[in-house]
Ligand binder design. Structure first.
Ligand code: 5AD
Ligand code: SF4
Length: 513
């Protein structure tokens, strides 16, 4: 293994390879008696299904909720008809995402009735950003819902479930002063292992930027940063359980300014440095960043920290200065392009990604053209693009100059076609190179495994599933849609782990391929 997990003993490796579903001590109690006892204990436990929508921060919250509920006697299930508790962890960012919740609640209402006819109780909880934005209104619209809990108060779920059991239909959308993350339990190593070798850690929540289209400052509140010691402790715990790759999350992650015990403020760059010093942490990533908070120390971290992966998601939203001003983005096109140059100078070959909104109120053909030119100028490895969605309560929702839907759709298609071209070219440029791949899981075909390159590309190749969790060197030989195929050549050349950089890629010099 090129980057051995310093913490993993041979015994743990056996457990990991044998399967994450095993107990903490699979070699301990065996035989029919132990199985019967396990079964009796299992029968007493309830089942929870947590369905998460939207961003990675919601995905992280879902794991923390599952860990909390595990201590309350709930095991996770994927079978909705077997769930005693269903938690919808919702997203409010665009209208479609928010509406999905109500159609899901309609289906759950039927299921709840069917289970009741069979003598089974079902508790339905709505969590996440729709819960925060709509609160008690959800109870009015959906009679099957038993409790509503916002993203800042889900650590109070045990008490809320007790209230729900007494049919009080609690709603908790407060922004409590108590430390939510501090109040949540650290998961057992067995639970961490079952989730694989990459993990998210939320380090920052909320946003103070107030882009005129965005609900986040209202649903997630003002920017807050977790204390660095607490974050590093969580990362240490994950690493000890075998996690190799950590993604630090925040709605505006590079605005991170956590206060340490000595009263000093840590930047995201300093936090990354602290995380990189933890034994076993082989890869670090962070998302999502705002151009205005892209400090020189963070850019330098891309040059200096071997564990920091050469990938940056830096949303620009539009290439038109008029649109950027109307969006209240607090940066212009020139600032974005300057940043890209600096980042590429610090880390040649870095993969760049972005978010775009088309059809923002007032967007003309010329404005959209500016976006297309910006994309051509930068050359992205990946990007997300959305049609503007009018969100009640945000400043842009009241603008009279809404763009016709057909026009917005045509622009979206044109932009997505350009981005796909660039993504394909970026992937193609890796053919012939040897990349470090973090092996994630067995592949679809026997004898095959799947992993991730430093540039977040899925890579498929033939190798033993015993390599899951290792970082290995793979020579890239082909491209299938958005994934790569290759051949195992050894245990990690560690082009990043050792500090050296890969040669600049075709797109790194800018311009369309
Ligand atoms: N309409 C469309 N897209 C939006 N986003 C945020 N708000 C809206 C909206 N009202 C997009 C932005 C952001 C990403 C997470 O979602 O591009 O970066
Ligand atoms: Fe929303 Fe803008 Fe904040 Fe991103 S920076 S979360 S788009 S308000």
């Amino acid at each position: 293994m090129a980057i051995p997990s310093a913490r993993e003993t041979d015994y743990e490796r056996i457990v990991r390879i044998a399967g994450a579903g095993l107990g903490e001590n699979p070699l301990g109690m065996t035989g029919a008696k132990a199985q019967q006892q396990d079964k009796r204990e299992q029968d007493l436990r309830k089942k929870v299904l947590i369905k998460s929508y939207g961003c990675q921060m919601n995905a992280y919250d879902a794991t923390r909720m599952a860990d909390l509920l595990a201590g309350q006697g709930y095991d996770e299930t994927e079978a909705v008809d077997q769930a005693d508790l269903v938690v919808l962890n919702t997203c409010h960012i665009r209208e479609k995402a928010a509406e999905k919740v109500y159609s899901e609640l309609g289906r759950l209402r039927v299921l709840k009735r069917e289970r009741a006819e069979a003598g089974l109780e079902t508790t339905i909880a709505v969590a996440g950003c729709v819960a925060q934005a709509e609160g008690a209104e959800i109870l009015n619209r959906s009679p099957a819902v038993d409790l509503v809990v916002g993203p800042q108060s889900y650590h109070r779920l045990p008490g809320l479930l007790a209230e729900a059991a007494a049919h009080r239909r609690p709603v908790d959308t407060e922004f409590p002063v108590d430390d939510k993350f501090g109040a949540l339990p650290q998961p057992a190593a067995r639970r961490i292992r079952a989730r694989g070798h990459s993990a998210f850690v939320t380090v920052q929540e909320g946003c103070d930027k107030f882009c005129s289209f965005c609900v986040v400052p209202y649903t997630r509140g003002a920017e807050t940063s977790r204390p660095p010691e607490e974050i590093l402790q969580e990362i240490r715990h994950l690493s000890e359980a075998g996690v190799r790759e950590i993604t630090l999350l925040g709605q505006n992650v590079n605005a991170y300014h956590g206060e340490a015990r000595d009263g000093r403020l840590w930047s995201l760059a300093r936090l990354l440095e602290g995380a990189a010093a933890i034994d076993g942490v082989a890869r670090l990533r962070y998302t999502t960043s705002h151009p205005r908070d892209m400090g020189d120390d963070l850019i330098a971290a891309h040059r200096d920290l071997p564990q920091l992966m050469p990938y940056l998601h830096l949303p620009v939203q539009s290439g038109s200065d008029a649109m950027l001003a109307a969006m209240n983005r607090k940066h212009d096109r020139a600032l974005y392009l300057r940043l890209i140059d600096k980042v590429r100078a610090a880390c040649p070959g870095i993969a760049l990604s972005s978010d775009f909104i088309v059809g923002f109120p007032g967007e003309s053909d010329a404005d959209f053209d500016d976006t297309m030119r910006l994309v051509e100028q930068v050359g992205f490895a990946a990007a997300f693009s959305f049609k503007y969605s009018r969100r009640p309560g945000t400043p842009a929702a009241t603008l009279a100059t809404q763009v016709e839907d057909g026009v917005a759709t045509a622009r979206l298609h044109a932009l997505q076609a350009l981005i796909l071209d660039q993504q394909t070219a970026f992937n193609r440029a890796t053919i012939g190179r040897t990349l470090d791949v973090l092996v994630e899981k067995p592949g679809r075909h026997p004898g095959q495994v799947t992993g991730k390159s430093p540039y977040l590309q899925p890579v498929h190749f033939d190798a033993s599933a015993a390599l899951v969790g290792d970082i290995v060197a793979v020579r890239i030989e082909g491209q299938i849609a958005n994934s790569l195929s290759g051949r195992l050549t050894g245990h990690g050349t560690a082009s990043h782990a050792s500090g050296s950089r890969p040669p600049a890629m075709a797109l790194a010099s800018g311009g369309r391929p």
